[in-house]
Write a protein that binds this ligand. Structure first.
Ligand code: UD2
Length: 314
């Protein structure tokens, strides 16, 4: 039994990681500033986690939270590419300064392993699919710059201080508890709410930005959780200072995703189309062989099964 610190524990991904670790009998400590995280996300395990209200920008509080843990899952961030375009400073503070504070806290507390939630947005819009970790990153918006800079810090701390840092580049993670009602919500969560609540509330119709032929390697949350657990346990020589794609290795268009969700929810209206989002990425598809080889990662829940579970939850 180990003690883990999860930053961003009340967020979508953080809360799933907390649940998985609690179910395996571990002690879980978590920090969150509740800017986008929600206490309800932890309601079912509230007694079993040590929850602290700490903002990643508060270096001293972050350092205190690191003391006495065996490893860290660093999920805390102010998410969303468009949010970072609209207002880059808060994203920069949480995502980059926050990551630096976390690494300094971990170093001072003598913690070896830090698993970092990196972003596939680091690849940008360059040609070449599937994305392989050896490609040079080409971040466009502030958010991917911040997330990529966090990766570089992780790698630096592995090289300079010998820490076992590992970066997991998430590709469009979706599933239960993802916030559906923010302007910055992920498209699957948004569409689920809009399709299920239509007619019951003063709803917006699900709207496809662009022609709907943009593609994503949508990845169900259980796969991201599995990648984190494997990265926590992998031998240091396989993971330290390395970057791994976490995805399914499949591309699905937004039009296709809309059709499946409409079928699962019984939603009958045709999609409404609007202009493409500024700075949007056209396509995303991962090569997942590095994670497979280094720590045996394999997607365990398919896209369609994940959509069905997500719809059932909302
Ligand atoms: C996702 C991540 C982001 C980052 C990035 C990596 C989420 C929520 N965000 O951003 O953190 O890791 O991937 O590339 O997972 N769309 C619509 N209608 C809507 C909302 C979105 O058509 O109501 C479109 C949007 O223009 C885009 C696609 O759906 O083409 C996906 O958008 P998103 O916000 O879910 O995720 P993305 O890929 O921008």
């Amino acid at each position: 039994m180990a003690t883990y610190l999860i930053t961003g524990i009340a967020g979508f991904i953080g809360s799933h990681l907390a649940q998985a670790l609690v179910e395996r009998g571990h002690h879980v400590r978590g920090i969150d500033n509740f800017s986008t995280g929600r206490r309800e996300n932890l309601a079912h395990i509230a007694e079993k986690v040590d929850l602290l209200t700490v903002d990643l920008v508060n270096a001293d509080a972050v350092a205190r939270a690191c003391v006495g843990v065996d490893a860290i899952l660093h999920q805390g961030a102010l998410p969303s590419v468009p949010r970072s375009v609209k207002d880059p400073r808060p994203s920069h503070n949480s995502n980059l300064d926050g990551t630096f504070n976390l690494l300094e806290g971990a170093r001072a507390a003598g913690i070896q392993r830090v698993v970092y939630a990196a972003s596939s947005s680091a690849y940008g819009n360059q040609p070449g699919f599937p994305r392989v970790e050896t490609m040079a990153p080409q971040p466009i918006a502030p958010y991917p710059v911040q997330k990529l800079a966090g990766e570089l810090y992780m790698q630096s701390y592995a090289r300079v201080y010998g820490m076992e840092t590992v970066c997991l580049r998430y590709f469009n993670i979706f599933g239960p508890r993802q916030t559906p009602d923010s302007p910055y919500s992920g498209v699957i969560a948004k569409f689920c709410l809009q399709m299920l609540k239509t007619g019951k509330t003063k709803d917006e119709q699900p709207t496809i930005q662009g022609d709907g032929e943009q593609g994503r390697d949508f990845t169900y949350i259980a796969n991201a959780v599995s990648a984190n657990l494997l990265a926590l346990e992998a031998p240091a020589e396989k993971i330290a200072g390395r970057v791994f794609n976490v995805a399914c290795g499949e591309r699905h268009s937004l039009n296709e995703t809309y059709q499946i969700l409409a079928r699962l929810t019984g939603y009958k209206k045709p999609a409404v189309y609007t202009e493409a989002r500024a700075g949007d990425i056209r396509d995303s598809l991962a090569d997942i062989s590095a994670a497979r080889e280094a720590f045996g990662y394999e997607p365990i829940v398919s896209f369609e099964e994940g959509l069905a579970q997500t719809v059932a939850w909302y």
